[in-house]
Structure formats: structure tokens, C-alpha cells
Design a protein around this ligand. Structure first.
Ligand code: ZN
Length: 81
């Protein structure tokens, strides 16, 4: 849990803790066939609506993702444009 990278500098510590608690300090990714990722290391806080596109740094717009899924979503975001 201490491995959460602070790349999301705009997120306040109480919000980080809230998001981590809500997602059980575990990657929140669920695949199309309903399998939840169980990764608990290399976690990142991800903006559901990208920060660059006006997403807020509040707990409702944040989720916990492992670095692999964080990168996957980042790739998807940039490919959509
Ligand atoms: Zn994951």
C-alpha cells in the first residue's frame, strides 16, 4: 500500500486513503468476463475521467489500478483521440 505512486500530485491524502479503503487497497479493474484483478502491489490512483480532460481529483473520480491496468487505460485514452 505504501507503494502507491504519488504521480497524482493534486490528490489530497485523505482522498487517497478514502479511495484505497473503498477499493480494498487492490486494483479495481474487472475484465469483460467479470474477473477482478487481485493485484495489491504497484498500485496507482487513476482518474476515471482523465485529469487532462477536466476530471476532478476527488474520490468519486478516482479508482485504484495496478500499474499494468493503469497503463492499459492510459493507452486506451490516448488511442481514442
Ligand atoms: Zn490490475
Amino acid at each position: 500500500m505504501e507503494e502507491v505512486e504519488s504521480e497524482v500530485k493534486t490528490v489530497k491524502d485523505p482522498d487517497k486513503r478514502e479511495v484505497l479503503d473503498r477499493d480494498n487497497s487492490q486494483c479495481s479493474y474487472i475484465s469483460k468476463d467479470g474477473v477482478k484483478c487481485t493485484q495489491k502491489h504497484y498500485l496507482n490512483l487513476d482518474h476515471i475521467q482523465p485529469f487532462a480532460l477536466g476530471g476532478k481529483s476527488s474520490s468519486e473520480n478516482l479508482r485504484v489500478l495496478c500499474s499494468a491496468h493503469n497503463q492499459m487505460f492510459n493507452r486506451m485514452t490516448f488511442e481514442e483521440r
